[in-house]
Design a protein around this ligand. Structure first.
Ligand code: ADP
Ligand code: MG
Length: 280
């Protein structure tokens, strides 16, 4: 097996990019499954009303299923809605349902509307007997209250980038949003990880975009890139991640390598952790 050190404190990451179709959901579920395969206990929070992460993790998310909607709007404990993925006892999912589409509007009139997810997560993590090593939040593409809840709950922003034209344009918008959240809601939030997805090394454009992203974000970009692979795109229709669907495929191998890199690199201590340690 691979030798990795699991984090002592839960790492909470939000997978964000204001562009749709860049591989956010695919990256969320496959990195989560890969981390679980390395021995980590991982919670995926599906904040996208489309529920694609819930589907890929094989958890029930019909309209009647208790979901993240109930957590955000009716203050259900997360523990009441979290399900185990059939893939692994270490892979948990807080499912999304179609009701979440309405939450974006309903939240507007609620107290502490930006911090609903954060307080639910705090309670959940404190209630667990076994440590949760990673929480990975899958966001919708828009910067609405759902995404803001994810930014307020996370320490780390994880950005998947598809190597194509305009990749960087969307990025500066996203970095602006992160700065705004840092300033007003969650100072420790920072971009910790960038992953190049759907990479086709045969095209000059992909190489150029990759080079440019690496030159701007030398410390954040993972060495591993995720190749474009049919197995990756097929897996969700079987209610599986590519790790379970075809563990020997190029996509599964790449996601496992990326997960190893994430655990090995660790994370620069965010300001809040330092403060908490100082206070205790
Ligand atoms: P987002 O969540 O950012 O909207 P998705 O993760 O849903 O993006 O991915 C968009 C589409 O690209 C999906 O159809 C997905 O199956 C496909 N896709 C993502 N990553 C890969 C990959 N490495 N190889 C092939 N197809 C991929
Ligand atoms: Mg998605």
């Amino acid at each position: 097996g691979v030798d990795v050190d699991l984090p002592v404190d839960t790492r909470i990451m939000t997978v964000s990019n204001q562009k749709g179709g860049v591989g956010k959901t695919t990256t969320t579920v496959n990195i989560a499954a890969a981390l679980a395969s390395l021995g980590a206990k991982v919670l995926v929070v599906d904040l996208d009303p489309q529920g694609n992460a819930s589907t890929a993790l094989g958890v029930v998310h019909t309209a009647e299923t208790p979901s993240v909607y109930d957590v955000l709007i009716d203050e259900f404990p997360l523990a009441d809605i979290v399900q185990q993925s059939p893939e692994s006892p270490r892979l948990l999912c807080a499912p999304s349902t179609i009701h979440l589409a309405g939450a974006e509007i309903e939240l507007v009139s609620q107290v502490a509307r930006e911090h609903r997810l954060r307080s639910a997560l705090d309670d959940f993590l404190a209630s667990q007997e076994e440590p949760i090593h990673f929480v990975i939040i899958d966001c919708p593409p828009s910067l609405g209250l759902l995404t803001i809840n994810a930014f307020a709950a996370a320490d780390e922003v994880f950005i998947p980038i598809q190597c194509e034209y305009y990749a960087l344009e969307g990025l500066s918008q996203l970095l602006g949003s992160v700065r705004m959240i840092q300033k007003h809601l969650n100072p420790p939030l920072h971009v910790s990880t960038i992953l190049l997805t759907m990479y086709d090394g045969r095209t000059k454009l992909a190489q150029q975009v990759a080079e440019e992203v690496r030159s701007h974000f030398a410390d954040q970009v993972l060495r591993t890139v995720i190749p474009r692979s049919v197995r990756v795109s097929e897996a969700p229709s079987f209610g599986q991640t590519v790790i379970a669907y075809d563990g020997q495929s190029a996509g599964a191998i790449a996601y496992r390598e990326a997960a190893v890199e994430i655990t090995r690199r660790g994370v620069p201590a965010p300001a809040r952790t330092a403060q908490q340690e100082g206070a205790s």
